[in-house]
Write a protein that binds this ligand. Sequence first.
Ligand SMILES: [Zn+2]
Ligand SMILES: [Zn+2]
Length: 435
Amino acid sequence: MRTIVDWHIHSKYARACSKDLVLPTIAPWCVRKGIDVVTTGDWTHPEWFKHIKECLVEERQGIFRLRPSTGSGSTMLSPERAKRVEGKETEFMLVQEVSQIYKKGDKTRRVHNLIFSPSIETCEKVIAMMQARGFNLKADGRPILGIDSEELYVRLKEIDEKMIVVPAHAWTPWYAIFGSKSGFDSIEECFGSMTPYIYAIETGLSSDPAMNWKLSALDSVVMISNSDAHSPRNLGREANVFSFDEPPTFDDFVRVLKEKDASKFLYTIEFYPQEGKYHFDGCAACQFSCAPSESKKIDYRCPHCKRPLTLGVHHRVEALADRPHSSAKGHIPFRSIVPLAEIIAEVFGVASTTSKRVQEEYFRLTDHHANEFTLLLDTPLEDIRRWASDPLLAEAIDRMRTGHLTIKPGYDGLYGQVKIFGEHGAPKPKQANLL
Ligand SMILES: [Zn+2]
Ligand SMILES: [Zn+2]
């Protein structure tokens, strides 16, 4: 049974997040996207934790579902259809991102970590520990904690030895374990005695596993990928694909990560890393960007304003890499995707993925035909050709599946741009779209 998992999202209580991020809305969006298991995120936030306890009921060890009473309660729908529309089949886990700011050595460090909790009771104990230390958990769904990463992990293991910590978006410049601005050069430097318990790192949108495979130091961990969604439509931008014979529990997932079990962890679903906001080096104010090899020649300064360039993830990976080429041997493979709404927008020749036409087509396909991951990864092209309002969508998905794309890399906080049909956009038949 294929199980697609997204372990990093936020709630409406996290900074800069959509008001729609509540559990009864997240669940049906996951059905539309094809996500089987999603995290609640943000359980250290008092209001969100209350919402979690009201809405969810434990299904298996560490795996939750919406209570039958939650949701629209529409009696107009057949039970099967209601289950789908209300997202009753979506399962939840308790994975929380925290932002840690602390001094180590003589440097200020800023690191984001994911905390995996097996139960509501364990979350309660963690919250009590954090409150006792005077941390402000109300200000943000992703709280800022003044605690060293190694020390935090020790405290969590004392509370419940089942808990694990996974460094989040490991390469982003400002808030990550390997970030160029305030991170570390190795897992050991950050986690010290707790290093053996780091089973995985999250690659983040701006890097993909192949880039990480250039570091022999990361051979001991698996790469996971999640959406870090701040709105429902970004759920599952990246995800993890497993295959289990029985419905998995919390312990099953942790065991697979710990043992790097490639018979269960099939692959990750990735953004093209160039599309991420911090892939290349650059200066957003001057709209200047370049490859790491170029920025060295210009002394890492913007040629226009002369300020230091923000060095991207590509640069940082190259700096720490100890292999000339990445080798897939012994690693969990990955597949690269472009979000369906972006593909539809390009086929229609419109700039915005939130335009009415794009949204209508997106909802029509995912309501009536298949979920987004199935359409992107599995659906035969003949079917897509029949279902889509423009048959060019099938060709676009084919190009995405085979990697025939052009990409302008993102830099300094600006997203990169993926073009499936190159600079000039989708070819249009002469009679079509006379409007
Ligand atoms: Zn983060
Ligand atoms: Zn500049």
